[in-house]
Design a protein around this ligand. Sequence first.
Ligand code: A3D
Length: 320
Amino acid sequence: MARPKIALIGAGQIGGTLAHLAALKELGDVVLFDITDGIPQGKALDIAESGPSEGFDAAMTGTTDYADIAGADVCIVTAGVPRKPGMSRDDLLGINLKVMKSVGEGIRDNAPDAFVICITNPLDAMVWALQQFSGLPANKVCGMAGVLDSARFRHFLSVEFDVSMKDVTAFVLGGHGDTMVPLTRYSTVAGIPLPDLVDMGWTTQEKLDAIVQRTRDGGAEIVGLLKTGSAFYAPATSAIEMAESYLKDQKRVLPCAAQCNGEFGLKDMYVGVPTVIGAGGIEKVIDIKLGKDEQVMFDKSVDAVKGLMTACKGIDDTLV
Ligand code: A3D
């Protein structure tokens, strides 16, 4: 059987890391696409040359021609611009929306059967627009944010509790922005919910609140340190986790930006929700019950995403 084909649209910081990880995990043959000639070809060759030492079997090609992504099983989209210190994700909307249009059309014309994972910011609005521009079914187009935000939360919690990250689970829902909703009640250490751990004296409510806020600011913290761009190692790892679940039909339960069709009382919009990812793409949106305070935070986050969708419609009147 032929190896799966993974197309990476955008060969920048995240794109290059995605290619390297896909090769190391032998998820399939990789095509790196970018509009800047030389970058995708150079990164593809560099990664291919690490193959003999690593011992992976995966073909790597770089291209500026959409025809080369033909028949891709998975497309991961990072095309666009990242933020710089002082910028919010929302400041990227105008420029990245135009990029989503060309990327959507490129995928529509060359890889209409692919499972598409969008990473470009502002995430929830960009994946919503990308789905419309590509015309692919909504269950085959999703956005990566919740896996990353939850991973950041899990990392901070594991340091606070001095336990293995493997035993910390966490859920972060809502839009990928300042209004994201880390759900402490659904986050656990080996099944023990965080509020119980506060009662047990493992941490204080103040410390937990600070960790929740640090999770919300996790992207900005890295932008502030790097100064020239945004995070790329953990974002790439998170998207690879989602791609692997699709390619291997693992049916992982992962939070991601998915189209809601009645779940959480929402329709025709993308926002971070718990999902099941398998061979059918987004096979299920898990409609969990939110507490009163959680619902208030989630609604605020949904409103922020709706505001961005309205701004997109003001720029491109083909969006509905
Ligand atoms: P960067 O290293 O600048 O790479 C972006 C690449 O896109 C560059 O190589 C560009 O040449 C290329 N590009 C620009 N326009 C096009 C186009 N029309 N078609 C194809 N390629 C194009 O950025 P990055 O890899 O660090 O980040 C990529 C995106 O991911 C940005 O929008 C970030 O804001 C976003 N991001 C999202 C998260 C989430 O958790 C959702 C995390 C980190 C970064």
